[in-house]
Design a protein around this ligand. Structure first.
Ligand code: UVW
Length: 323
């Protein structure tokens, strides 16, 4: 992975010294953070965004034998057949009364090696995770702010697609290309929509589609993703807009290296650890985006629930959008 040649890169403690925090806002035991903004009233209003009944699923294919797009150091899931018709062809299949045959799989995976939700305790600095829990609660599995409370709760709200790539007249953003909250708002306006408080932001850069077009070797060469870039103003905007969830078609939701400070993934900490914004990564947005461009409807009901992995740092998900 390429890193910007900064010699004076600050520590996160310094970069985020005066950054806003939502710790304690939903009580000392909270583990779902800004998802608390998605109240039953917000959900009912969001259901009003459904107009045509068109349904889109946002998971990238998982356990693809040709490879899955994952954060460097992780591997895509591997699925193997452990029982199939071959067992009966070879005379090794079990003999069930009535003649039942069946197929079974075994899969190994990085739970964050597919379209996925991060647990709020997934990243930290200064020995504390979301809501001020001790970072030692992550040892051997997250006993606080794991993916499980998010999975138990589910995520339902008004989603808005912000098609930054199309807005900039590109199939996909360039490596390390950045955009800001001002760009998100301008993009929404150009699409004839408006970002509202409590909206789930679904941001398309076209980046993940490049993995399938270019192939793995080319995609990961000098890997620096495009994405949102840190500023005090952007973090304050997320806080004021009470954004519950940021969904992107990149592997890590933000530009890999902040070009101003040189810090790697500062928004993970500014948004997730400090504000409790849930992050959803590696979303497949090409079909949804093509449809939004065609019918001009960029807002919809967004629903998702990651898997209930006990003490997990994150979990796979297949979000469902209804327009
Ligand atoms: C890291 O932050 C390293 O991973 P993810 O992209 O899953 O958030």
């Amino acid at each position: 992975m390429a890193h910007a040649p900064h010699t004076d890169t600050p520590e996160l403690t310094e970069l985020l010294r005066d950054a806003p925090k939502n710790w304690g806002k939903w009580g000392p035991d909270d583990e779902v953070g800004s998802l608390n903004y998605l109240t039953p009233e917000v959900v009912i209003k969001a259901a009003g965004s459904i107009r045509s009944g068109k349904v889109f699923t946002l998971q990238c294919r998982m356990a693809n034998p040709e490879g899955d797009p994952v954060w460097p150091g992780r591997q895509g899931a591997t699925r193997v057949s452990v029982i199939d018709e071959g067992h009966w062809v070879a005379g090794k299949g079990l003999d069930f009364a009535g003649g039942l045959h069946y197929a079974d799989d075994y899969m190994t995976c990085f739970p964050q090696g597919s379209t996925q939700y991060d647990a709020l305790g997934h990243v930290w600095y200064d020995d504390q995770i979301w809501n001020g829990y001790d970072a030692k609660t992550t040892i051997g599995g997250l006993s606080k702010a794991s993916i499980e409370p998010i999975a138990e709760r589910g995520v339902v709200g008004r989603g808005i697609l912000l098609d930054i790539a199309r807005w900039r007249g590109k199939d996909a953003l360039d490596p390390a290309e950045t955009f800001t909250h001002e760009d998100l708002m301008a993009c929404a306006r150009a699409q004839g929509a408006e970002i509202r408080q409590h909206d789930i932001l679904v941001v398309r850069t076209g980046w993940i589609a490049q993995y399938y077009e270019k192939g793995e070797a080319e995609f990961f060469k000098d890997f620096v993703e495009p994405g949102l870039t840190h500023s005090k103003e952007l973090v304050q905007w997320f806080c004021d807009m009470e954004i519950p969830n940021l969904v992107t078609d990149t592997i890590a939701n933000e530009v890999t290296v902040d070009p101003v400070s040189g810090v790697v993934l500062p928004l993970h900490n500014a948004l997730m650890r400090n504000l409790g914004v849930t992050l959803t990564e590696i979303a497949w947005l090409e079909d949804l985006a093509a449809d939004c461009a065609e019918d001009g409807q960029y807002t919809f009901l967004y629903t998702a629930a990651p898997l209930k992995i006990v003490n997990g740092a994150g979990a796979p998900v297949n979000p469902v959008v209804i327009k």
